[in-house]
Design a protein around this ligand. Structure first.
Ligand code: SAH
Length: 363
């Protein structure tokens, strides 16, 4: 339920678990606290219909999992990145993106990542640990509260949650799924507004196919032949393309949800007509939609994004092969908040060495 060795945070507890804790209180107290936290999405301290002494007792027993370290904005204030410190000093990031009629929240599922995709900043720094349910859920609550987006009219439409921050969600299945249930069952965010993005961890895809909620599934493909994919996304050596396709076909059948492929456009690496033809042959039988993301620069990867003209041409090639593709707008590049740029744990070594950490990190 929680991070190894850690005391639980408020976000770790299910409704039933909080109910046990409130045993002895009038029954309506649980409703008040739960609705306040998850329907109204307000901090515990603001739930003034609950006696202050009780709020304090809960807060002491279940202190927050996350402390906000830094907020950065880009794209004229429509993109906001939050850097959170976990109790053990690890850092994770979440990104909120406002669009005209929706708000998308990109959250992390692990501190670091073990998948080691060559072009991804998180992959370049390696794996620290899985996040707990509370550490995932509190990213959403904290971000909505910090940005004043917990009210639908302020957010200008539906809230979407995407597991496209740091980490591989299907390598932390239990906590990710408990968080999905919280978003869905308690916060009222529909499964079609929740997207799990995976590099292709087949056992996790199989579990998703058997799960109760039909969430959207995004697969970070980037290459449609094993030779290239083994290099770009080494997990492909364990879960090769052919097996992956089979599990995706099963997912589609079970959940009746459109699958999407993410494809970072890397100049001279995966952006030729031949790459487009291979991708189309892979995507078409799965009726998958393709999102093309211009490669975002990361410190440990020498390649450049494909030129804009090449990306347009690639999309047109896919279309001529009967596959729909969207070129993704780049958000948050200037504050390293774009896809694959999250590498908060570069600050951990500083954070572990005392009090000056925060000031230094902010420079
Ligand atoms: N581990 C999960 C989710 C995190 S990555 C996954 O692999 O899907 C979120 C998305 O950003 C993935 O599609 C990933 O491949 C992409 N990405 C990673 N690094 C990137 C980069 N430098 N430029 C563009 N996209 C990148």
């Amino acid at each position: 339920m929680t991070a190894p060795g850690a005391d639980p945070s408020l976000g770790d507890l299910s409704r039933a678990e909080l109910g046990e804790l409130l045993d002895g209180e009038p029954a309506y107290r649980l409703d008040q606290v739960w609705d306040g936290l998850y329907r109204q999405r307000r901090p515990l301290s603001e739930l003034t219909n609950v006696p202050k002494s009780l709020r304090q007792a809960i807060g002491e027993l279940l202190p927050p999992a996350l402390t906000l370290v830094r907020t950065q904005s880009a794209d004229r204030g429509t993109t906001t990145k939050h850097l959170w410190s976990l109790r053990d000093g690890h850092l994770v990031e979440s990104v909120l993106m406002r669009y005209r009629n929706r708000t998308t929240l990109c959250i992390s599922s692990q501190a670091g990542c073990a998948m080691a995709c060559s072009f991804c900043a998180t992959g370049q720094v390696g794996f620290d640990r899985n996040l707990s349910v509370g550490e995932i859920v509190e990213q959403v609550l904290g971000t909505l509260q910090e940005t004043g987006s917990n009210d639908r009219s302020a957010s200008g439409g539906a809230i979407n949650i995407v597991f496209m921050g740091m980490g591989e969600p299907l390598a932390n299945y239990e906590a990710v799924w408990a968080a999905v249930e919280r978003f869905h069952g308690d916060m009222g965010i529909g499964a079609r507004h929740i997207t799990v993005s995976t590099v292709g961890v087949i056992p996790g895809i199989e579990r998703l196919a058997a799960a109760a909620q039909p969430v959207n599934l995004a697969v970070s493909l980037h290459a449609a032949n094993d030779r290239l994919r083994n290099r770009i996304a080494p997990i492909n050596r364990t879960y090769p393309l052919r097996d992956l396709a089979r599990s995706l076909a099963d997912y589609r059948r079970a959940k009746r949800r459109r699958i999407s492929f993410e494809w970072a456009m890397i100049g001279g690496v995966n952006d030729t007509d031949r790459d487009a033809a291979e991708l189309a042959a892979y995507a078409r039988p799965l009726a998958a939609h393709v999102n093309l993301i211009p490669l975002n620069p990361t410190p440990g990867y020498g390649h450049e994004p494909s030129p804009a003209g090449r990306i347009e041409h690639f999309a047109a090639e896919l279309s001529s092969h009967g596959v729909n593709a969207t070129v993704r707008q780049n958000r948050g590049t200037s504050i390293d908040a774009a896809c694959g740029q999250l590498r908060a744990d570069k600050l951990v070594s500083i954070g572990r060495h005392g009090r000056g950490a925060r000031a230094r990190a902010e420079r």
